[in-house]
Design a protein around this ligand. Structure first.
Ligand SMILES: Cc1cc2nc3c(=O)[nH]c(=O)nc-3n(C[C@H](O)[C@H](O)[C@H](O)COP(=O)(O)OP(=O)(O)OC[C@H]3O[C@@H](n4cnc5c(N)ncnc54)[C@H](O)[C@@H]3O)c2cc1C
Length: 496
């Protein structure tokens, strides 16, 4: 791999991946494992990989498995919970674990560099939320992925699970929690670097840093022409396949590609902030990711949580996220990003979405007015003894929420979406949640949609089964397969 700022003038690649975050590097590793001869180029505008959302402090590092996140089990009109999303996200995360386990088995990944075992806890402190949590616990524990979930309303037991949360808490307050021991904290920045190390060792890709992709175009069925700028000047490269994995920068590039499928999208940026504990003794006294329930009108990704984090191997304690608003699509982006993304085709859906999501706008307005004391006060609902001097504010990554034109007008979509051209020569990833935890499943979707013929070959099918033993199977429909694969992942990744 060349960590360079320039390419030869005859540059042609089988695949060009834009952005050196967790998504592009996951795709690069998959493509390389499936066909080592492919010539792959990753282009990154910053001077190092994983400095945007994939950087550990820019995201929450939760291995999203639906263990503790309330928004994956919404209550339905008839009072029951819809747990389909929880099961789906759990199976996506199991795929990530399976893939990392296979790469570890092959001696290519060292899980201790990016993966840590941290129990996942849902915590509530009022009667209405307790009854929701009890119902969630009852419904989820009927299903294999969640049979080990524990329930407690007992203060003494909760003091053992979450001592800081229970310290000097009002004894008259009713509290309850569920716990999944098998939870994870993931340093996605470290994982991105580990993937690049694999590719570097195999001489498998070229990584072009400090290089901005400014245009993507093609005439007819010709290969895509990618226009680039760096300190050596402007140049272009050609490729039959391009993946736009530019995080918040994906929407503008998708729009530049001019594909019809991209015209129905707009984006709305929401930034995040954490309170980071600067007292290492406090960090040592907490060992869990504790998720609460979000405030009315708050977007699901703003669910507050008090987290043990492992960042570059160091244990720390974070609380948040607090939402913020600016008009940039990337942390290192431009204040003009939002305005430049407005086109004739998405203007009306964006305005409609604004009207429909008045609660979200009110919520963001309230959030941007918070000061340090206000933020510490909201932390106190998790950690009553929190003191302002022990916490400092850190700015997290930008999420560009998807606005999509549908039959009912503009809709705000809080998930991720893979957009592909009809001929499968271009794929872009929009949105940010559940995000990095599900990168393997998302990139499988890219392969299925854009590399379909190759994916049907015997060679790729066999390689896929080696990388992902559950490939082509529904693990939630087969209890013994589920247990076998979970045990394999736990063993290889040191989760037990
Ligand atoms: C506050 C917050 C909390 C989150 N918490 C979690 C969590 O707990 N668990 C989880 O799984 N996910 C979480 N996520 C989501 C997760 O961080 C993202 O899904 C993931 O990091 C996206 O990876 P990516 O590679 O698509 O984007 P990024 O990591 O943002 O990488 C995109 C890269 O593209 C580059 N780029 C952009 N434009 C160009 C261009 N024109 N030319 C060249 N390069 C370009 C950028 O510089 C960047 O390096 C969170 C995100 C945020 C913001």
């Amino acid at each position: 791999m060349i960590f360079s700022n320039a390419l030869g003038s005859e540059a042609r690649f089988d695949a060009v991946l834009i952005g050196a975050g967790i998504m592009s590097t996951t795709l690069a590793v998959l493509l390389h494992e499936l066909e080592p001869e492919l010539r792959i180029l990753i282009v990154e505008k910053l001077d190092a990989p994983a400095l945007e959302s994939s950087s550990a402090l820019n995201n929450a590092g939760t291995g999203h498995a639906a263990n503790c996140e309330f928004n994956y089990t919404p209550r339905q009109a008839d009072g029951s919970l819809n747990i389909k999303k929880a099961l789906l996200i759990n199976s996506f995360f199991e795929s990530s674990l399976e893939f990392w386990a296979s790469m570890t088995e092959m001696g290519k990944l060292s899980p201790e560099n990016f993966l840590h075992w941290v129990p996942h806890i849902s915590f509530v402190s009022n009667q209405e939320d307790i009854s929701f949590l009890r119902q969630r616990y009852r419904e989820l524990t009927h299903h294999q992925p969640f049979v080990d979930m524990q329930w407690s309303e007992d203060s003494k037991e909760l003091e053992e699970w979450i001592p800081l949360v229970m310290l000097n808490r009002d004894v008259t307050q009713k509290v309850a929690a569920t716990r999944m021991h098998r939870g994870t904290d993931i340093d996605f920045g470290a994982l991105t670097s580990s993937y690049l190390d694999i590719l570097k060792k195999d001489g498998a890709v070229e990584l072009l840093l400090s290089t901005n992709v400014i245009d993507i175009h093609r005439s007819g069925n010709e290969p895509w022409e990618i226009s680039l700028v760096n300190k050596t000047g402007s140049f272009s490269i050609q490729t039959p396949f391009v993946f736009i994995g530019a995080g918040g920068g994906s929407l503008p590039l998708l729009q530049k590609s001019g594909i019809a499928e991209g015209k129905v999208y707009g984006g709305f940026p929401v930034s995040g902030q954490w309170l980071v504990c600067n007292d290492p003794d406090l960090a040592e006294r907490h060992n869990a990711k504790v998720y609460g329930k979000s405030a009315t009108g708050a977007p699901p990704m703003s669910v507050p949580h008090l987290d043990t984090r492992w960042i570059k191997g160091q244990r720390s304690l974070l609380f948040g996220p607090f939402a913020g608003f600016n008009t940039r699509f990337l942390k290192n982006g431009s204040n003009l990003d939002l305005f430049r993304s407005i086109q004739l085709s998405n203007l009306v859906p964006m305005i409609q979405t604004g009207f429909k999501n008045y609660d979200l706008i009110k919520y963001l307005f309230r959030q941007v007015q918070l000061n340090h004391i206000d933020r510490v006060n909201s932390l106190k609902s998790f950690f009553p003894e929190a003191k302002p001097e022990n916490w400092t504010l850190s700015v997290a990554g930008q999420r560009v929420q998807i606005i999509k034109q549908g039959s009912q007008g503009g809709v705000l979509k809080l998930g991720t979406e893979v957009v592909t051209s009809a001929d499968g020569s271009l794929a872009a990833l929009l949105g940010a949640s559940p995000g990095a935890s599900t990168a393997v499943s998302i990139m499988l979707e890219v392969l299925e949609r854009c590399w379909r013929k190759k994916m049907q070959t015997h060679h790729w099918q066999e390689r896929m089964k080696k990388l992902l033993p559950s490939f082509g199977k529904d693990i939630n429909a087969d209890k013994s397969l589920f247990e076998k694969l979970r045990n394999r992942s736990d063993y290889l990744l040191g989760l037990k």
